[in-house]
Design a protein around this ligand. Sequence first.
Ligand SMILES: Cc1cc2nc3c(=O)[nH]c(=O)nc-3n(C[C@H](O)[C@H](O)[C@H](O)COP(=O)(O)OP(=O)(O)OC[C@H]3O[C@@H](n4cnc5c(N)ncnc54)[C@H](O)[C@@H]3O)c2cc1C
Ligand SMILES: NC(=O)c1ccc[n+]([C@@H]2O[C@H](COP(=O)([O-])OP(=O)(O)OC[C@H]3O[C@@H](n4cnc5c(N)ncnc54)[C@H](O)[C@@H]3O)[C@@H](O)[C@H]2O)c1
Length: 450
Amino acid sequence: MSFDFDLFVIGGGSGGVRAARIAAGYGARVALAEEDRMGGTCVIRGCVPKKLMVFASTMPAAVAEARAYGWDAAIGGFDWGAFRAKLHAELDRLERIYRAGQQNAGVTVHDCRATVKGPHEVALADGRVISAKHILIAVGGRPFVPAFEGAEHVLTSNDLFHLPALPKRLLIVGGGYIASEFACVFNGLGVSVAQWNRSPLLRSFDTECRDLIVAQMKARGIDVHENVIIDRVTKTETGVVAHCGDGRSQEFDAVVYATGRVPNTAGLGLEAAGVKLAANGAVLVDAWSQTNVPSIFAVGDVTDRINLTPVAIREGHAFADTVFGAKPRVSDHELVASAVFTRPEFGTCGQSEEAARKDGPIEVYTSAFKPMRSAFAGAEDRVLMKLIVCKATRKVLGCHIVAPEAGEMIQMAAIAMKMGATKEQFDATCAVHPTMAEELVTMRAPTRHS
Ligand SMILES: Cc1cc2nc3c(=O)[nH]c(=O)nc-3n(C[C@H](O)[C@H](O)[C@H](O)COP(=O)(O)OP(=O)(O)OC[C@H]3O[C@@H](n4cnc5c(N)ncnc54)[C@H](O)[C@@H]3O)c2cc1C
Ligand SMILES: NC(=O)c1ccc[n+]([C@@H]2O[C@H](COP(=O)([O-])OP(=O)(O)OC[C@H]3O[C@@H](n4cnc5c(N)ncnc54)[C@H](O)[C@@H]3O)[C@@H](O)[C@H]2O)c1
């Protein structure tokens, strides 16, 4: 049987563009459909614009620090309009690079929505039907806002990069990565920020680390309320009012919901094509990213495994190597490090103390201190370095860092952990002095055992 293409990729985000480019590099005839902007969530409305906003938000603190170091530095007001224009010019530039990458690889790009018609058929929004030997679902996810009265008045993370003006009073609902990062970003930009969540913030992370981060977020002026349930939201002449189950209500200029994300599979035609989905709409795949329909694969957030850009990229690459490169390999989901770009930043790899303790006896090493740079400037910032060590194997099971640039540090520690490094091998590594990271190799006695 002949097909129009060897591979049709639906979704031009992190996972899709990598898979398409690598497959085309192996000589496959590849087409890709993107209904929005090339680059997907990470480039257009996720990691990249978020990180640029993180950088913008840390400038006032940097200037205050400069003054404490003797500089005659002053900071004026923040020009959101000027920053936003520059931000979008940068995103336009990146989108062009992603598009060119596909074109240079020989991928045929369709700028439209695509749906699955059958195991080997894709329908484009303009009515064309295209056949392909393999179909890759890489459609990512979208913000989830629970159903409640007045839900139409709230914003999501997608809206934050397009705000016409910075709100003066902002409520962020949620306690995960997105809510906590944006609470810190807008706080740094001078906005009065409240963050309300139905449970503790950053609940899935190591408790000692999250407690320190939340304490410092509060100390910076973020009005954090945990165990709060919002019943309804109403719009007034002057703003948006959040009403809680306990009778409390408060008015804000804007309310943002960052209450998780859901896979983009609604109306995609997968169930009709026989593809099994999880209850939340995620595409069910095996370790090879293959669905129960042998010609259909899925990678990235749509599979709801680990929803991070580098993971989507590696899943897409492993799929292309396996199916088109005669290099079969599965994507490895063990010891994936990540960073939460709060202030203070959090870098984490492996098990939390709580999770590791459930698996067996551990030693916990911690070092908490005021970092030299901000302490000299008179700031109360604190750093926490933490290693979780398996008593039986001596392997470092978890490394957690609450510190400026923790994301940069955890990337390095993750290499050692991936190699199976023991605590003694960390200790055998000579310190780099004076740094914060040297604590990772100089923690001699455990803080506690279990
Ligand atoms: C605010 C925010 C900040 C984030 N920060 C980080 C971070 O710092 N680090 C990190 O690792 N991860 C971060 N993430 C997560 C990261 O962005 C995702 O894990 C990653 O983008 C997933 O890639 P993907 O290829 O699975 O999907 P996506 O990048 O979402 O791409 C899917 C693409 O498919 C398109 N599409 C959907 N349906 C169709 C259809 N039917 N036809 C055609 N096209 C379709 C969409 O328009 C989209 O472009 C962040 C996410 C958000 C929202
Ligand atoms: N720095 C990074 O690497 C980074 C940054 C942003 C996003 N991401 C990825 O994107 C994913 C999505 O981020 P997220 O912050 O939206 O999700 P999340 O799962 O991290 O957090 C969701 C939050 O919403 C709350 N919530 C969920 N349902 C709710 C409901 N019905 N009512 C009230 N509250 C509710 C939860 O208690 C939780 O605090 C992350 O899990 C992560 O994989 C990564």
